[in-house]
Ligand binder design. Structure first.
Ligand SMILES: Nc1nc2c(ncn2[C@@H]2O[C@H](COP(=O)(O)OP(=O)(O)OP(=O)(O)O)[C@@H](O)[C@H]2O)c(=O)[nH]1
Length: 578
């Protein structure tokens, strides 16, 4: 809260005047500094949250593509971290610092809360006015409203009278219940800094102190005991804080001796009474509760007049001088002491929140980031190894591929040679066989036994039949002599080719069934065209050919050449697939 620095108060009752505003840096109160740090922590966590969300999305994708690089456990951990960081972010934005006010009825708890807020927010008055727990916190919307426990209904509150009426209207409220009062943040810097102030019913009006502590005190950062400076600390008040300190280790407790304005009536006893109260209060904190050292205790006990401070701040807002809120002599000193309390309170609540909430979150965040870094480094190293391995494999495959390509070129050349050899071989074989058959042509002619007639028409038919007979006989003889040998030759060559090609395959693939591209039986077809060959023969009816036998052999030899060319075409076609 900046107000305590933003003014100078003279100790003469008429010298209370506001000072000119200071720079932003100078007016920074412990809470504002803390608020800035909190904002930065939030920002860091939002960055971490974005990073984790982005990283886990990428990890999901990579895990689908390459489970070798990111395993399921790493993915699970990352998703786990993502939800943890999200949880911390939510808690950080929601977390506020909480201060709870306790004391006997009419000691002025509500008045202290109002004085700190700088305006009359909570109802106060003579007698038991607060009948349940009231938590005042900043409203996000800028409206003032209240929400009762277990309900989401927002009840608009325009003024303190309105609030008192609304609270009275809720007849069913009991002392243990918590009513949230949302007040516009711009009206009070404490609320802007995310401090929630909890007012309670008087500790003397209930036997259920344990329930109160469990329900409302466990998460309080600071406790303020509002005591009455006109009397000593009562057993009920002490009793309550004894119970608190058994449930919380070293709670932060402030003791406000309120109504100190009344002491102005007896100035001669002022110091003595103050000393007495101070001794009792510090003994209570140091010796009984053991929550602080004697040095710390003196900065936890204050002598204030909440009513004066509240009046002064309300008047100041309406344009009156601050000291117009004074109830008695010594207002300036009491006002300064109230501001001193506010400053110490802000330091304490900031430190406490750092220790109890933000330190824990920050350490948790640090731990999560470290763990994530470890996982990311492991993944990075693994992916580097995999990249190296794959590069080596690629190189190896490339070399193999180059080797196979070379081998394929070499085998193809060998096969071409082989085919040429086969063609030459077939040519020789066909040529030899045809020569033999031509020499034995007379046997075929002798076998032709169609009755002969010299008449021209019959003679033509006779010649045609003779040609067909010679052609068929010659073809069938050649087939009988050559087909098997040629087929075996081709089969063997094909097997050789398959064997050579198999050596290029990986061992486990060598057993695959290589389909012979030409499985149908090999057959040599001979077309001799005897009609054309013998077209210029002139028969002699005395059965003499106009050409001699040697002429016929020469003529048929040209047939052998034709046949050689045909066999070449045929063999090239058979191996065409290579
Ligand atoms: N003279 C004087 N009167 C005060 C001071 N603080 C509070 N009062 C008055 O004491 C009465 C009770 O004050 P509250 O703030 O309602 O007290 P409380 O402790 O909240 O009371 P409950 O809500 O009933 O527990 C009111 O009339 C206040 O005006 C103070 O510092 N000086």
């Amino acid at each position: 809260m900046a107000a305590y620095i933003n003014r100078t108060i003279g100790f003469g009752d008429s010298l209370v005047t506001p000072r000119s505003p200071l720079s932003d840096e100078q007016i920074s109160s412990p809470l504002q500094v803390f608020g800035q740090a909190k904002k930065q922590i939030n920002k860091i966590f939002v960055d971490v949250q974005d990073y984790v969300a982005d990283a886990s999305e990428r990890m999901i994708d990579v895990n689908k593509l390459c489970p070798d690089v990111i395993n399921e456990n790493e993915l699970k951990s990352m998703l786990d971290y993502r939800s943890k960081v999200k949880g911390i972010c939510e808690v950080l934005t929601r977390d506020h610092m909480k201060v709870a006010f306790f004391g006997r009825t009419s000691n002025g708890k509500s008045t202290v809360v109002n004085a700190m807020l700088g305006e009359k927010v909570l109802p106060s008055g003579i007698g038991h006015t607060t009948n349940c727990f009231l938590q005042v916190e900043g409203s996000q919307t800028g409206e003032a409203y209240l929400v009762t426990e277990g309900s989401n209904e927002k009840q608009n509150v325009e003024s303190v009278t309105h609030l008192a009426h609304a609270l009275n209207y809720e007849k069913q409220l009991n002392e243990k219940e918590l009513v949230h009062v949302y007040w516009p943040k711009d009206k009070c810097s404490l609320l802007r800094d995310d401090v929630a102030l909890v007012d309670s019913p008087g500790v003397d009006v209930t036997p259920h102190l344990d329930d109160w502590i469990d329900a409302h005190c466990i998460d309080a950062d600071v406790f303020v005991l509002v005591a009455n400076a006109e009397s000593t600390l009562m057993v009920t008040e002490k009793n309550f804080f004894h119970k608190v300190s058994t449930k919380l280790s070293k709670p932060n407790i402030f003791i406000l001796n309120n109504r100190w304005d009344a002491s102005a009536n007896e100035p001669e006893f002022l110091d003595q009474v103050r000393k007495q109260h101070m001794e009792r209060a510090t003994d209570f904190l140091v010796k009984e509760l053991k929550v602080c050292t004697p040095e710390e205790a003196v900065s936890r006990v204050f002598f204030i007049s909440a009513k004066e401070v509240l009046q002064a701040r309300v008047k100041e807002r309406s344009g009156f001088p601050l000291n117009s809120g004074a109830l008695a002599d010594g207002f300036g000193a009491r006002y300064l002491e109230f501001e001193d309390f506010e400053r110490k309170f802000e330091e304490c609540i900031s430190k406490s929140a750092i220790k109890t909430k933000f330190l824990n979150h920050s350490q948790q965040g640090k731990h999560l980031v470290k763990e994530m870094l470890k996982i990311m480094e492991t993944i990075h190293n693994r992916s580097q190894e995999q990249t190296h391995l794959k590069m080596c494999q690629k190189k190896e495959f490339q070399e193999k591929l180059n080797f196979i390509e070379q081998q394929l070129i070499s085998i193809t050349n060998q096969m071409k040679m082989k085919i040429h050899q086969m063609v030459d071989d077939v040519e020789d074989k066909v040529s030899k066989a045809l020569n033999d058959e031509i020499r034995r042509l007379s046997v075929l002619v002798d076998e032709f036994n169609l009755p002969f007639h010299p008449e021209a028409l019959v003679l033509n038919v006779y010649k045609k039949e003779l040609h067909s007979h010679v052609e068929a006989g010659l073809g069938s003889n050649l087939r009988a002599r050559l087909s098997t040998a040629l087929a075996m030759n081709i089969d063997q060559s094909q097997r050789e080719m398959i064997d050579k090609m198999s050596t290029l395959l990986p061992e486990d693939k060598r057993n695959i069934n290589v389909t012979n591209p030409k499985r149908e039986p090999f057959e040599v077809l001979y077309r001799l065209h005897c009609d054309n060959l013998c077209g210029d023969f002139h028969e002699q009816l005395e059965f003499k050919f106009s050409w001699g036998l040697s002429k016929l052999v020469t003529r048929v030899s040209s047939l052998a050449n034709w046949s050689r060319n045909q066999s070449r075409v045929l063999i090239v076609n058979i191996f065409g697939c290579f």
